[in-house]
Design a protein around this ligand. Structure first.
Ligand code: SF4
Ligand code: SF4
Length: 261
């Protein structure tokens, strides 16, 4: 019996699903190992009537339809895996740094109209705000190798946990010169590892797309950046790109406590 899986997308750019399709050499093997019951990006022949062993879900819950779909997917799936930053943390659409209510922020962008379009919009949130999430594969978008590794573990009944050390560890293993010493803002110390420190390895500061590590130390990172002469607004902007609702809120509280914002 092959495990039955479904691959779904809520609100997001569909980059995670696309990267699954980009597993070109391994795609036929994946189709051979799993019975794919729903993957609308690859085929319209979806069967939503069956129970699933594993559902992979990308995107944030940003509309009433997203929520309806997510609840239905959760109900029929033994294991639900959030894939990509939007599903795990809410994505850039869940970023906020202002105190006003969501509807006011919405109207700032779309004008003073009712927030009703094709489907009722909701404040963008990660999947875990509404349902139990059994595993998560971070990234924006997810990378091919970690996805294949995750698929391989799931097929053996192992639900993996993500590493709990920062990007800096992988960066140092690669013997990169630290970008902070070269005048670049880098969020490596506060960001979950797993990407192989791709950005610092290409001389670009980390913007945090693998999400926050469990024990972020804002105080130390912000003090370090400010001591090095970085502009606080530039630091806050960098934090908020992939902040997600929870991280943005934590940062805001920290800055308020410090009397900096
Ligand atoms: S470049 Fe960034 S990720 Fe690498 S060690 Fe420095 S702060 Fe950490
Ligand atoms: S280095 Fe940072 S921004 Fe770049 S892929 Fe890794 S987690 Fe994402």
């Amino acid at each position: 019996m092959k495990p039955k899986i479904g691959i779904y997308g809520l609100t997001g750019c569909a980059g995670d699903q696309l990267n699954i399709l980009n597993c070109e050499d391994e795609l036929l093997k994946l189709f051979d190992i799993f019975e794919i019951k729903s993957f609308v990006m690859a085929s319209r022949a979806a069967d939503e009537s069956v129970e699933l062993d594993v559902a992979f879900v990308e995107g944030s819950v940003s509309t009433a339809k997203d929520l309806e779909d997510l609840l239905a997917i959760r109900k029929k799936s033994k294991i639900l895996v959030a894939i990509g930053h939007c599903a795990i943390y809410g994505g850039v659409q869940a970023m906020f740094m202002e105190k006003e209510e969501w509807i006011e922020r919405y109207q700032k962008v779309y004008g003073k109209q009712d927030a009703v379009t094709l489907t009722a919009p909701l404040e963008p949130k990660p999947l875990s705000a509404y349902v139990k999430v059994d595993a998560a594969l971070p990234g924006c978008p997810i990378e091919k190798e970690p996805f294949l590794k995750l698929a391989g573990m799931l097929i053996h009944g192992v639900v993996p946990k993500n590493p709990d050390y920062p990007v800096c560890a992988e960066c140092r293993w690669k013997e990169n010169e630290c970008l902070l010493l070269k005048g670049e803002i880098c969020l490596g110390p506060l960001t979950n590892s797993g990407c192989g420190a791709i950005c610092p390895s290409h001389n670009t500061g980390c913007i945090g797309c693998w999400g926050p590590i469990a024990e972020e130390n804002y105080a130390a990172e912000i003090k370090l950046l400010i001591d090095k002469g970085y502009d606080l607004d530039a630091v806050i902007k960098r934090f908020s790109i992939f902040g997600g609702t929870e991280r943005a809120e934590k940062l805001r509280k920290f800055l308020e406590k410090e009397g900096r914002k």
